[in-house]
Design a protein around this ligand. Structure first.
Ligand code: ADP
Ligand code: MG
Length: 219
């Protein structure tokens, strides 16, 4: 079973993994009210469907006014979204997540899966965030880094530091990543997840790491 982005992000926040601020909306009116409550002047309207690749398919839109928030929300809600991952029929959009629009200076990739053979949780990271990770793995496997967590020892910050330095992060961001992966590991183990993916994990203009996208699979 996969969770929606808004549900996955709520779990992230419970475990100390920072996300953009966002409010769920089921109608264009709710979308505008959500944007007003969030404040600011740029919002992102995000279709809540169980599929990635929404951005390229028109399911993620940047709005620079409340009118645009209304326009994008009313276009999305009640329509179907066809992405690379949905097949030809597409998926119905019943709700949208309204998020604050952030200043992105870097996009990373982070995921965790269970390696069935060793029964370990493995973290996989890459500095090539926001892209199709299968494609990165195929064309430049050296840009993908992974570390397995010994289940009897649990997570240690050096795991995050190793992955952070491998991605070329600066010292402050490496520290943030080490803490973030601790939260992700706790979430993974306590909620018995089968996979978690953050693509992209962004670096904001003020140097913070935030989970911009969120995918969670539970057995
Ligand atoms: P998907 O993977 O389904 O295409 P994402 O959540 O990864 O959806 O969003 C696609 C892209 O849209 C991101 O890589 C980013 O460039 C942009 N984006 C998404 N959310 C925000 C946000 N809150 N602020 C700024 N840009 C965003
Ligand atoms: Mg994404």
């Amino acid at each position: 079973m996969n969770l929606h982005e808004y549900q996955a992000k709520a779990l992230f926040r419970e475990y100390g993994v920072d996300t953009p601020r966002g409010i769920l909306a089921h109608s264009a009116d709710e979308a505008v009210a959500a944007a007003q409550e969030l404040g600011g002047s740029v919002w992102v309207v995000k279709a809540q469907v169980h599929a990635g690749g929404r951005g390229k398919a028109g399911g993620v839109k940047v709005a620079k006014s409340l009118d645009e928030v209304r326009q994008y929300a009313s276009q999305m809600i009640g329509s179907t979204l066809k992405t690379k991952q949905t097949g030809d029929v597409g998926l119905p959009i019943n709700m949208v997540l309204i998020e604050e629009g952030l200043n992105i200076v870097g996009e990373l990739y982070v995921s965790a899966v269970v390696d069935r053979a060793s029964r370990r949780v493995s973290f996989i990271t890459s500095a090539e965030g926001g892209m199709d990770i299968e494609e990165v793995a195929e064309k430049s496997p050296e840009k993908i880094h992974s570390v397995g967590v010994n289940p009897s020892a649990g997570y240690f910050p050096y795991i995050g530091r190793r992955l952070g330095f491998a991605m070329g992060l600066d010292k402050k961001q490496v520290g943030q990543l080490a803490t973030l992966l601790q939260g992700l590991y706790n979430l993974f183990v306590e909620k018995d997840l089968s996979m978690v993916e953050i693509n992209p994990l962004i670096i904001t203009g003020d140097g913070k790491l935030l989970a911009l996208d969120a995918k969670i699979g539970i057995d």
